[in-house]
Design a protein around this ligand. Structure first.
Ligand SMILES: Cc1cc2nc3c(=O)[nH]c(=O)nc-3n(C[C@H](O)[C@H](O)[C@H](O)COP(=O)(O)OP(=O)(O)OC[C@H]3O[C@@H](n4cnc5c(N)ncnc54)[C@H](O)[C@@H]3O)c2cc1C
Length: 389
């Protein structure tokens, strides 16, 4: 019998498993595919505080603190780099948006500044094009390698005794008299008094039979990865209207994303060396657009050889904020999903918050904004997610 079963080994589930095991709990971590098989592998992996909703900002700041020493803590290279985040304006209208972001976020206490001319922008990022008008710069933002980080959490959790079960799918969360009693998978049942749902876009598959549904839209994002190029860019690049974003990885490859696009439900299962993995294919048109848009602001990318491509799916809630909550009405159930395109940076603090909730103590940071019940309150409108790295 486990103390906790965690459904999903993306960054949210893997960091939760690690944190709970650090505190001595007996944890089973299950993934129907494997670590970082979905959003946590598909991601751009920006570690960003800038542009955050005020409710998420304290979490992002706390996460960034943890990222500083996470490689040492997990004894795995996360390839975290605090290279900064630049959000660019390409038109006068975008310049107004950027100025507004800088004012708002500086007032919220973030180390964000306005680079008001192309010369100022290119002084910090010479790889950018000469027609970029201005940019916001948050020097304490950065990026990391997503798969290495999630594997780091998983291995550290295993060293602490977590039982990992990959290639196993949870079909149902078992509930007796309003209390969680375990899960049923395609391989059998696992009794446990606590269950954490960290299943990303598939979270509702296991929650809906309990009468719990997190309202989600699932848009997709086209992602391109280039062959290695000489290192010219340390910042993560976003643009004011979020139609593209990108960064150069530690290995010289550019990882570049589109804006949000409609997903029509296609998801292939392909065999890889690591096991069966889900894959969503972007359209050729969308890939060409990404090359054009990002190549327009980072000219070196326009002629780069593309080595790999995929589409990533986003668990987008109506207010683009996650659910991190134990208050669904089912005792012993903790939900952590709906990260709406921002959850990679938050991963290390998400695990700590989940650990608080599982152990029924007050959360170490304010999480009222992430309650499940907000969706049942009167007014809720779609704010829409944006990806800026
Ligand atoms: C293209 C793209 C760019 C992004 N860019 C950024 C960025 O720059 N910065 C940032 O902070 N965030 C970014 N995000 C968002 C971020 O990647 C996600 O919010 C985060 O990775 C979510 O992690 P998760 O663990 O909650 O979910 P996931 O990583 O999706 O993990 C869920 C896991 O649950 C498993 N699962 C589902 N159902 C079951 C079941 N029934 N049984 C067992 N296992 C199950 C799945 O196999 C999966 O591995 C981006 C996302 C995408 C797609």
């Amino acid at each position: 019998m486990a103390d906790v079963v965690i459904i999903g080994s993306g960054i949210s589930g893997a960091s939760s498993a690690y944190e709970l095991a650090r505190e001595g709990l007996k944890v089973v971590l299950i993934d129907r595919f494997g670590p970082a098989a979905m959003a946590s592998g598909w991601t751009l992996a920006g570690v960003r505080q800038s542009g955050r909703h005020p409710a998420e900002l304290p979490l992002a700041k706390a996460a960034v603190e943890i990222w500083q020493t996470l490689s040492d803590e997990l004894d795995t290279p996360t390839h975290y780099r605090r290279g900064g985040n630049l959000r660019l304006a390409r038109t006068p209208e975008e310049a107004e948006i950027i100025s507004g972001i800088v004012l708002d976020q500086a007032a919220a206490g973030l180390d964000i500044s306005l680079l008001g001319s192309n010369a100022e922008v290119r002084e910090v990022a010479p790889a950018l094009a000469e027609h970029v008008l201005c940019a916001s710069l948050c020097t304490s933002d950065g990026s990391a390698d997503p798969t290495s980080t999630v594997l780091g959490f998983v291995r550290a959790a295993e060293r602490l005794g977590v039982e990992t079960r990959f290639g196993e799918r949870v079909f149902s969360i078992d509930v007796v008299d309003g209390r969680v009693s375990g899960v049923t998978t395609d391989k059998g049942t696992i009794p446990a008094p606590k269950v954490v749902v960290a299943a990303g876009i598939f979270g509702n598959e296991v929650l809906s039979p309990l009468g719990i549904t997190v309202p989600l839209q699932v848009p997709m994002v086209t992602v391109l990865r280039s062959a290695p190029l000489e290192e010219t860019l340390t910042q993560v690049i976003g643009v004011a209207n979020a139609d593209c974003a990108g960064r150069q990885e530690y290995n010289g490859r550019f990882r570049v994303t589109s804006g949000l696009q409609d997903w029509h439900g296609g998801l292939l299962e392909t065999e890889t060396a690591a096991g069966t993995r889900p894959r969503v294919l972007p359209t050729g048109l969308s890939m060409a657009e990404v090359v054009q848009l990002f190549g327009d602001v980072v000219p070196a990318f326009a002629t780069a050889q593309i080595e790999d491509y995929w589409a990533g799916l986003i668990d987008l809630t109506p207010d683009a904020l996650p659910v991190i909550d134990a208050g669904t009405g089912v005792e012993g159930l903790v939900v952590t999903m709906g990260f709406s395109g921002h959850g990679f940076c938050l991963g290390p603090i998400t695990g700590k918050l989940v650990s608080d909730l599982v152990q029924e103590r007050p959360a170490r940071l304010p999480i009222e904004a992430f309650q499940y019940s907000r969706f049942h309150n009167s007014r809720h409108f779609l704010e829409g997610a944006t990806l800026h790295g």
